[in-house]
Design a protein around this ligand. Structure first.
Ligand SMILES: [Zn+2]
Ligand SMILES: [Zn+2]
Length: 257
């Protein structure tokens, strides 16, 4: 004989509910695994936009229209490779820059120098008559994104030694920012502030333009992709700072800067 007490009833309901939660949880896990399993081939064989090869720019060569007797350098001061969140290898990044008409570039992966030596070696050995590649990094923290640029004589050990903390979530103090700027400049390098308006919108407590000036920066990036930063341009002109433009290329596309 089975006596249906109130507590038995609750127990039965609880067991049923537990089973239903478990069933839903297992279904969710299966769905997540399916999404993950399908996304891998999609990334490998998916739309062209996500896959690039070394021959992609073989048939493309843009000749920019500028006064070549007055100017002889067309520089992209800031772009990325697979060594941070870009889509191209160092070689493909170089080939893309050549195809777009640049004859100088600074490789600036986020918080990483991993592609720099490879890129410099490829450029020196294979494309020396077409493009010069400089060592750089985009120091990306929760306060600001700075481009550090190093001249050719600076060794890997020297530029590697400048940044003690490399993380998007790291919050450097003003003194730590100053130290990085000073050490880069002591090596003969330059430091610039990237996409000031973008960082101002999304990052915590970015120093003001005047504070950056006092910290010793050399330039502001006034064109990032297709975003023009009028205020940083004006500030740089008013205070004798340099200005640079950058594609900030992660995925190859049209060049605006
Ligand atoms: Zn950035
Ligand atoms: Zn960038």
């Amino acid at each position: 004989m089975f006596l249906l007490t109130e507590s038995n009833c609750y127990m039965a309901m609880f067991k049923q509910k537990k089973k239903s939660i478990l069933r839903r949880f297992i279904s969710l896990i299966i769905i997540l695994w399916l999404i993950l399993a399908l996304s891998i081939p999609a990334l490998m064989f998916g739309p062209d936009k996500l896959r690039f090869t070394d021959t992609d720019w073989d048939d493309f060569s843009f000749i920019p229209n500028y006064n070549t007797t007055e100017w002889n350098v067309l520089l992209d001061s800031h772009s990325h490779t697979k060594f941070s969140d870009g889509k191209l290898t160092p070689r493909q990044n170089i080939l893309w820059h050549i195809a777009m008409g640049f004859n100088a570039m600074i490789l600036t992966d986020h918080n990483s120098y991993r592609g720099v030596e490879k890129a410099r070696e490829i450029a020196r050995n294979e494309y020396d008559d077409k493009i010069k590649v400089f060592a750089g990094i985009e120091w990306a923290t929760s306060r600001c994104h700075l481009t550090l640029i190093f001249p050719p004589h600076v060794t890997t050990e020297e530029y590697e030694g400048v940044l003690k903390f490399r993380s998007y979530t790291y919050t450097p103090t003003d003194d730590e920012i100053k130290e990085v700027i000073t050490e880069t400049k002591e090596l003969g390098g330059l430091v610039g502030v990237n996409h000031y308006p973008l960082s101002d919108r999304y990052l915590l407590k970015q120093p003001s333009r005047m504070q950056f000036y006092d910290l010793g920066i050399d330039f502001f990036e006034i064109l990032n992709g297709k975003s023009y930063d009028y205020l940083s341009h004006k500030f740089s002109l008013d205070n004798g700072l340099g200005v640079l433009s950058a594609t900030d290329m992660h995925v190859p596309g049209p060049v605006h800067s």
